[in-house]
Design a protein around this ligand. Sequence first.
Ligand code: BTN
Length: 336
Amino acid sequence: MTNTRRAILERLADGPRSGEALADDLDVSRAAIWKQVEALREQDFVIESDDEGYALVDVPEYGGDAIQFGLDAPFTIEFHEETGSTNDLARERAADGAEDLVIVAEEQTGGRGRLDREWASPSGGIWLSILVRPDRPPATIPLFTLAAAVAITTAVRESGVDAGIKWPNDVLVSERQRANDGSSGEQSESDGVPVSPDPDGEEAKLAGVLTEMEGEADRVEWLVVGMGINANLDADRLPDGSTSLRTELGEDVNRRLFVQRVLETFDDLRNDPDRILERWRADALTLGREVRVETASGDTVVGTAVDVEHPGTLLVETEDGVERIHAGDCEHLRPT
Ligand code: BTN
């Protein structure tokens, strides 16, 4: 969004303004104001005009300017109807020197997940990558990944879905919650009698985080935090074991407000990293659970997840003592 367009929106958010007042305020011609208002209308901002001037009547559901409008965090939004992968675009922008930039796509044709998996990214989801340049050593970067999961979980919970985090950064909805809230999820029955779902039963994945970075031993050059959130999608468009906000809520969320909330929470946490672990623990589904973790070094650790410590290390109590796992793929086990 151009600075003029952003400034026009900020002023119209406070109430109707004449073209002349806007032009004076922003030190541009009235023709320039008219041109930017037309550009906003093309993006589905509803701006009415009469002899008195312009009035902002409605904001589009989604899009770059829509997310930027009212965003209380210092990110610039770059929006694409379609791209291969927002993480790839963010890496390109990083090479060009950008920072505090968020790439958002309506659809990704080459969405990437962790461990080189594909990430289904049809229209209706939230696919975005945040490019930041934290002034911190690379060893602390896992904290930012946890912060991303907390930011997503905060927005998901505020939308009415009781999700939690599987270490390190998968956002899941448990079968128990899905069945109990009555809005969705399949309720199993036996002889006509509803069966209480297993509290440790299947969990469905709602969102994931893919973090990529470049740096040297003591300094991070750039960090890209990619977030994939299954928002306004039907479950049949997603891989098995996945769910969406639409499935859980029975209605669509306002993606503009949702993304704003995610970005604002992420921004708060990156500015106050000492709070991240405490917030993560409060949202975690993994702590206290029996887990099997395939570690990045190729080992398998089975035991009870007891805690997470700086900068995101999982502590698993095994028969042989406590194992500290820095990176890996974690599976929640049902009790035998
Ligand atoms: C995971 O495997 O759980 C992580 C999935 C991350 C997907 C997001 S969608 C936006 C960004 N662009 C990508 O290609 N991947 C991430």
